[in-house]
Design a protein around this ligand. Structure first.
Ligand code: GDP
Length: 365
């Protein structure tokens, strides 16, 4: 399953946010492939299209798609040199597909700040520097190795060194590896290095309870937005404390509380949707009378692989898929009406699944 890692300096609100995530809790029986671990929280992805399909099909149950958040606590200044539990935590970041970086934007004299004052940009840079130093270490080691191999005159290694040198230069200039323009070929070279600063990042700007509905009035949030836009990253303002309270409520109580706060939806939902987008994922749907369900794939996956997300047997025995796009189905009003309009397509093994496809797979067992 895909994973987003939550990072940030101590005392910025990571655990509070992570607790809200686990409280809000997904029905784990629906997601047997997810990890059971205190540091892993499974979240369901809210999707209006799923609600609409449920109205159309009135199935026995509806299951959203899900992904995992991992709590990666413990990054402190010097982590890349092994301070704190440094290296162990950096190794955890290596395993995630995207990073949610929690930044403290709330004022509270009772809560110590590691550097003595609220300074979100300084905090971001402290963590980024640790990630950059860790990457520099990997890149330099790899350059040494490639240079040795290059002595044989192999062009492949010369290309590797050229790409890695460009990344090294960026890292020395305090730029993340993701800021370096890379060709598809370059990307293949560095892919297995799992560079930390190559991973997409979103900043969760943690504001105080009183600012939950108007986070952009918080001057620190403005600073974080400016910083993020300079690196092409997203910002989700959120009040971790409020989210922890929301997560304990359900149904009407929850709606009432949101209304009192002046919020349309929980910040957690916004964070989940932003992280899902950051992971570069697509959703397709299955819509039977038993179950309407959303499934997650990576962009570019073909029909058999997409079927394999449901069950490996579906991939192995794939024959073909019946496909209608979500928009066509909703416009037609029912599966039969879509069929009459000629919008139900038969697609084979080479079909590249699109976001919002409603699929029915035919397969041999
Ligand atoms: P972590 O070290 O990053 O995991 O931070 P925690 O989630 O443990 O939070 C550190 C302290 O800050 C706790 O006492 C939280 O209750 C408090 N805290 C977190 N978010 C907020 C907030 O939005 N406002 C206020 N006033 N306190 C917060």
């Amino acid at each position: 399953a895909l994973k987003a890692g939550i990072v940030g300096l101590p005392n910025v609100g990571k655990s509070t946010l992570f607790n809200a995530i686990t409280q809000a809790g997904a029905e784990s029986a629906n997601y047997p492939f997810c990890t059971i671990d205190p540091n892993v929280g499974v979240v369901e992805v809210p999707d209006e299209r799923l609600d609409k399909l449920t109205e159309l099909v009135t199935p026995n149950r509806t299951v959203p798609t899900a992904f995992e958040f991992i709590d990666i606590a413990g990054i402190v200044k010097g982590a890349s040199k092994g301070e704190g539990l440094g290296n162990k935590f950096l190794a955890h970041i290596r395993e995630v597909d995207a990073i949610v970086h929690v930044v403290r934007c709330f004022q509270d004299e009772n809560i110590t700040h590691v550097s003595g004052k609220v300074d979100p940009i300084g905090d971001i840079q402290t963590i980024n520097l640790e990630l950059i130093l860790a990457d520099l270490d990997s890149v330099e080691k790899r350059i040494d190795r490639s240079r040795k191999n290059m002595k044989g005159g192999d062009k492949k290694y010369a290309q590797e060194v050229e790409t890695l040198e460009r990344i090294k230069e960026a890292l020395y200039a305090d730029q993340p590896a993701r800021a370096v323009e890379l060709s598809d070929e370059d990307r293949l070279i560095v892919r297995d290095m799992h560079l930390l600063t190559m991973k997409p990042v979103l900043y969760a700007a943690n504001v105080s309870e009183s600012e939950a509905a108007n986070a952009d009035g918080n001057p620190y949030v403005k600073l974080v937005r400016e910083f993020a836009s300079s690196e092409g990253a997203e910002v989700v303002p959120i009040s971790a404390k409020v989210e922890a309270e929301i997560a304990e409520l359900e149904g009407e109580d929850k709606d009432m509380f949101l209304e009192e706060l002046g919020l349309e939806q929980s910040g957690l939902n916004r964070l989940i949707q932003a992280a899902y987008k950051l992971l570069g994922l697509y959703t397709y749907f299955t819509a039977g009378v038993q179950e309407v369900r959303a499934w997650t794939i990576r962009k570019g996956m073909k029909a058999p692989q997409a079927a394999g997300v449901i069950h490996t047997d579906f991939e192995r025995g794939f024959i073909r898929a019946e496909v209608v796009s979500y928009d066509d189905l909703v416009a037609a009003g029912s599966m039969n009406a879509a069929k009459e309009r000629g919008q139900l397509r038969l697609e084979g093994k080479e079909y590249v699944v699109q976001d919002g496809d409603v699929m029915h797979f035919r397969f041999n067992v």
